[in-house]
Ligand binder design. Structure first.
Ligand code: GLA
Length: 528
């Protein structure tokens, strides 16, 4: 019955009835949460039931695959490269008079599209810009279409420097600590917000606990002036004055850019302006640069090119003559642990973007074992910024987050609203005994020393014949965790201190055994 209805419906449609309507160049304008307009161009060719074409954005062009037209409805997919994975994004559309209604759908099991409804996905890329579920497309006339397509075409590839081994810049002898705007505020940031956060860093005790870098992430950039100098947007009227303010509070200022023409939220990147931008940042008094791959992927393709692009900015920073911590953000691709130090990198991301969920934090945090060998003073693996205090996990889970990041010698970049922290958030971020593990001057990143079902033990040696040991329970019921001290690399009779309970727990010899709550962590310091 249903089958024959579908047949009748299909026969009623003349084949290719919508060819002329659909074929052409369409514009979709989206407004980002901070009020910026971003345009994507859809180039469609309809032939009967078949839809082909391309989608053009600030991230280059993507080919449409599996495009099908049924009456006034159509569907197609695009393949999107996210980190080292190809992801299939499906779009459904309908012809609605002169317009098209478009809707992103995700294949079962994949979760929301990056940046789509429900929050940003594992990023990076255009995903950093939350895409609405429903979009309306308007057809462009031939002249307008030509102009817009030309504007979105990737710029020509500029020559890159020959690879060399750059000297260590001597910075970040312990993992950088501070705050970053992205996790909580996305691109909704301003001079006023940064000043308020600076004040709160002092009044909350964050600064005195060691959180020194106040890092402005994506969303500060405006346009370039006639000489090509990058200016901040209207929300940041005077970067030098802001930097002076931040410095007057005993804090340091961080900023964000990309080796590509556009950043992940499609603001202006440093492509072709590396030296000029490094000089600008130095003039403003910037102390930290996060350099995010983003649209550079539409220009460069090989691992060597990626390294050379990071080297180019490193040399530009060196020339600018100001000590600037250099944070590489290319999501752990291309063996960056090996070459990050050779481009004077002080830290490099090892993953895609963290989200404020147990699943995301757990996957990232417990997935870092293979990176441990690259960590040492001045060179840190970066499993992304903290979500502590952002509300998506329990206070208990945030403690596990902090315990892991401390053991992993990860940068501790708070990502919450420092102006309004609960007591539990403060107790987690400001636990000085846990911070001391993170900042230990040996700079050794913890390894997983035991995995048994849902329980894990991670340990790292600390300066002065001491060890930090984390007992974790990833499961949903309390679990007993027992680990031999020999597995930790410790021996003899050792004093045990519980760093969350702030209490001495007597001594241990031979093994440690504790019951750990679901999603919980016990963090111990062992010493002679
Ligand atoms: C990428 C990065 C994030 C953040 C955003 C900003 O997704 O991985 O940490 O900087 O870009 O657009």
């Amino acid at each position: 019955m249903l089958g024959s209805l579908v047949l009748v419906f299909a026969l009623a449609q003349a084949p290719g009835a919508n060819d002329a309507k659909l074929t052409g160049v369409w514009s979709v304008v989206m407004t980002t949460p901070d009020g910026q307009q971003r345009e994507t161009i859809y180039e469609f060719k309809a032939e009967g039931a078949k839809l082909t074409g391309k989608i053009h954005s600030g991230f280059g062009a993507q080919e449409i695959v599996d495009g099908k037209i049924t009456g006034d409805s159509f569907t197609f997919a695009t393949m999107m490269r996210m980190m080292d994975q190809e992801r299939r994004m499906v779009t459904e559309g309908t012809i609605a008079g002169e317009e098209l209604k478009l809707k992103r759908v995700m294949p079962a099991g994949l979760g929301p599209p990056p940046g789509g409804p429900g929050g940003p996905g594992p990023g990076p890329g255009p995903g950093s810009m939350r895409m609405p579920a429903q979009m309306t497309a308007r057809k462009l006339g031939p002249d307008e279409a030509r102009k817009k397509l030309a504007a979105l075409a990737p710029p020509p590839k500029l020559p890159l420097p020959e690879l060399q081994d750059l000297p260590d810049n001597g910075l970040a002898q312990t993992p950088p600590m501070g705050w970053n705007s992205w996790n909580k505020f996305r691109a909704k940031i301003s001079d006023a917000l940064v000043r308020e956060i600076a004040d709160a860093m002092v009044s909350s005790g964050m600064r005195d606990a060691g959180y020194l870098y106040l890092n402005i992430d994506d969303g500060w950039q405006g346009t370039r002036d006639a000489q090509g100098n990058l200016r901040a947007n209207e929300r940041f009227p005077d970067m030098k004055a802001l930097s002076d303010y931040v410095h007057s509070k005993g804090l340091k200022l961080g900023i964000y850019s990309s080796p590509g023409p556009k950043t992940c939220a499609q603001y202006e990147g440093s492509y072709g302006h590396e030296e000029q931008d490094a000089r600008t940042f130095a003039d403003w008094g910037v102390d930290y640069l996060k350099y995010d791959w983003c649209s550079a992927r539409m220009i460069y393709s090989t691992a060597e090119e990626q390294r050379a692009a990071y080297q180019k900015m490193a040399v530009a920073i060196q020339k600018a003559g100001r000590p600037i911590v250099y944070a590489l953000c290319q999501y752990g691709q291309n063996g960056v642990g090996e070459w990050g130090p050779k481009v004077s990198g002080n830290l490099w991301r090892t993953t895609g973007d963290i989200r404020d969920t147990w699943a995301s934090m757990e996957q990232i945090g417990f997935g870092q074992d293979g990176w441990a060998k690259y960590a040492q003073p001045g060179r840190w693996n970066d499993p992304d910024m903290l979500e502590i205090g952002n509300g998506g996990m329990t206070d208990f889970e945030y403690r596990t987050h902090m315990s892991l990041w401390a053991l992993l010698a990860s940068p501790l970049l708070a990502g919450n609203d420092i102006r309004q922290m609960s007591d539990a958030t403060k107790a987690t971020l400001l636990n000085r005994e846990v911070i001391a593990v993170n900042q230990d001057k040996l700079g050794r990143q913890a390894r997983r020393v035991l995995q048994d079902g849902k329980t894990e033990v991670w340990a790292r040696p600390l300066a002065g014949a001491a060890w930090a040991v984390g007992l974790f329970n990833r499961g949903d019921a309390p679990a007993k965790v027992t680990v031999k001290l020999a597995a930790v690399g410790a021996e003899g009779k050792l004093k045990v201190r519980d760093l969350w309970a702030h209490s001495d727990q007597g001594t241990a010899e031979g093994e440690l055994s504790e019951t750990v709550a679901p999603h919980g962590a016990i963090l111990l310091r062992l010493a002679r």
